[in-house]
Write a protein that binds this ligand. Structure first.
Ligand code: IMP
Length: 182
């Protein structure tokens, strides 16, 4: 896999396993919301690949929107500050909303977004996350639909980045950096 020499990648979850799990999560969502309209909100940019695979496996009347928040900047560590960079295009009042995240880590982003979205009076508000890293949680949040629970490693691929790179990898990989960059 391409990338700077000193950055090492180890496959954690293969693409075939991701595909299978995404399909199962989508079927669960389809069952849970049978007969209802659904509105998915993807958190840019990390969730874009998960959302695009997920939505195509959901068999319901579904619309999508995106929201963007600041999180890790160029490095691996969260600043602890969350800012809204791009708001929703349309109102969510009265809608069944699923917020789609790439990964739940400290939970700072999710707790901020849930607060913002709840104020807009959706009919229901749930959370789907491809990955969950509970070891790093600072806020008591959890996903309603979680793809995989993973150990406390920094991961890239399938939408997740390090300094905007590696989002295009099909597998989810653990990234190890040379000591001066960690
Ligand atoms: P949280 O606010 O700490 O829960 O983190 C939210 C955001 O940080 C995620 O949506 C990711 O974009 C990013 N993030 C957290 N852990 C990782 C990781 O292991 N790899 C890449 N991005 C991560």
């Amino acid at each position: 896999m391409p990338g700077p020499e000193q950055e090492k990648l180890r496959i954690l979850i293969r693409h075939a396993a991701i595909e299978k799990r995404v399909r199962a999560v989508a079927h669960r969502i389809t069952r849970d919301f049978r007969g209802e309209r659904l509105h998915l909100i993807g958190v840019l940019k990390g969730a874009c690949i998960f959302l695009s695979d997920l939505v195509r496996e959901i068999n319901l009347d579904t619309s999508i929107d995106f929201i963007a928040v600041s999180s890790y900047g160029r490095g691996k560590d969260s600043s602890g500050q969350v800012r809204l960079l791009k708001d929703l295009d349309t109102s969510i009042k009265g809608l069944n909303v699923i917020l789609v995240e790439d990964i739940l880590d400290t939970g700072l982003t999710l707790s901020y977004l849930l607060r913002v979205l709840r104020q807009r009076k959706p009919k229901s508000l749930r959370v789907a996350a491809l990955l969950d890293k509970p070891a790093r949680r600072l806020k008591p949040v959890k996903g309603d639909y979680v793809g995989f629970t993973i150990p406390n490693d920094f991961v890239v691929g399938y939408g997740l980045d390090y300094a905007e790179r590696y989002r295009n990898l099909k597998d989810v990989c653990v990234l190890s950096l040379p000591p001066e960059n960690t």
